[in-house]
Design a protein around this ligand. Structure first.
Ligand SMILES: Nc1ncnc2c1ncn2[C@@H]1O[C@H](COP(=O)(O)OP(=O)(O)OP(=O)(O)O)[C@@H](O)[C@H]1O
Length: 371
């Protein structure tokens, strides 16, 4: 699209945080026809009657007034519940560790919300994500944000050409320090606002307590893989592979970690030492595999992959199967690869796509994680 900025309408997804505030400011300064929209996905009035969404929206209003752009709020609670929260609970029920941010980007921000923006006449949807979109030889490429510590392509791995065509990430070429500086210089109301952490709908709440409101916990035995009883667990859903805290196994010697789960027997497997060899795997099977370009780079190819956010790049070989799933074989064993989390593929700075970690193997043997 070659319209002049002033004729190009950009809806900015405004969270009330500093990143989206600066994204809106930059686009406005570039002359775009900018509209700020706050999306309410969750009814989060706490036990004191305080709703953080209201506070966030107040920040959106303050920033939009400062920048001089119109703003709205939209409610996507039902879609979020149906597409993200239901998946989140199902995954925990199945003993896996889901990634609701990935699902939110795929189903809400860059689907329901993007469609809404387009229905309002938007040419683009912009967000404060740290990622870059580039058009190369008629194809949209998604590149890592240049701030290596903030790069969010891990969470955007399911985006497709249709989505990228309509997306702008104004912060992709900046680091967080610069973003804060821009906010401070412009005197934006959110300039010093703390970065959000954790799962957005849980916020600062206790994770265990939150989850127990939705899923019944089934306490059971905590054992070593040799069958030695080490204690009791509070419910398998509260634990993730590689977790150290909250096991309650004291004593001297190396710390203990979660090394596996057996959902049928309701056993949590634990092992001693960070480097415990039971935590290391050599390949996985990935499902829900999606390629940014619309197709896999080949039936078998090498690239790098991340198995969790902010993990260093790992060399892998990917074998794409006929049913669209993929086998991912690691160059070196990797610690604490966890079913339910995303595997995301990269060719240098380009994010190729990703999928969901389903089964985890060590030298061909399925590990004791439950899939
Ligand atoms: N409630 C919301 N309404 C509209 N857009 C949102 C909302 N939450 C997040 N976004 C968009 O998605 C981007 C990434 O969201 P994320 O939750 O990762 O926030 P973040 O990196 O902390 O950014 P911010 O500082 O803007 O909150 C935000 O920058 C914003 O553009």
């Amino acid at each position: 699209m070659n319209k002049a900025p002033k004729d190009t309408r950009v809806v900015v997804g405004m969270s009330g945080g500093v990143d989206s505030s600066v994204a809106a400011l930059i686009l406005k300064n570039q002359g775009y026809d900018v509209v700020g929209i706050f999306m309410k996905n969750w009814d989060d009035t706490d036990e004191f009657g305080v709703c953080t969404a209201t506070e966030d929206y107040n920040d959106v209003i303050a920033v939009c007034n400062q920048i001089g752009i119109p703003y709205y709020a939209v409610n996507f609670e039902k879609q979020y519940w149906d597409k993200v929260f239901t998946y989140f609970l199902e995954e925990y029920k199945a003993g896996r560790t889901p990634n609701p941010d990935v699902m939110c980007n795929k189903e809400i921000k860059f689907k329901a919300f993007l469609e809404h923006a387009v229905s309002l006449g938007a040419d683009y949807l912009a967000t404060g994500h740290y990622a870059q979109v580039e058009q190369r030889a008629g194809e949209y490429k998604m590149l890592r944000g240049i701030d290596g510590n903030k790069d969010q392509t891990y969470f955007l791995n399911q985006l497709s050409q249709n989505q990228l065509e309509k997306v702008m990430f104004p912060l992709g070429g900046m680091d967080k320090k610069q973003v804060r500086e821009i906010a401070r210089e412009a005197g934006l109301a959110t300039a010093a606002k703390k970065d959000s952490t954790g799962i957005c709908f849980i916020g600062e709440r206790n994770f265990k307590e939150f989850l127990s409101n939705y899923l019944p916990a089934q306490p059971g035995n905590m054992e070593t893989l040799d069958g030695e009883l080490m204690g009791k667990h509070d419910g398998l859903m509260y634990y993730t592979i590689g977790q150290r805290h909250g096991l309650g196994i004291g004593g001297s010697g190396d710390p203990w970690f979660v090394v596996g789960k057996d959902l049928k027997k309701n056993i949590l497997y634990v092992g001693q030492s960070f480097e415990n060899e039971k935590l290391y795997s050599t390949s996985i099977n990935a499902v829900n595999v999606s390629w940014v370009s619309g197709h896999a780079p080949g039936a078998e190819f090498t690239c790098t992959a991340k198995f969790r956010y902010r993990q260093a790049d790992n060399g892998v070989t990917v074998r794409v199967k006929e049913d669209g799933t993929a086998e991912v074989i690691f160059d070196e064993p990797i610690r604490a690869v966890t079913p339910g989390q995303s595997v995301v593929f990269y060719d240098g700075e380009v994010c190729l796509g990703g999928g969901t970690i389903d089964q985890v193997f060590k030298s061909g043997e399925k590990l004791t994680y439950v899939g």
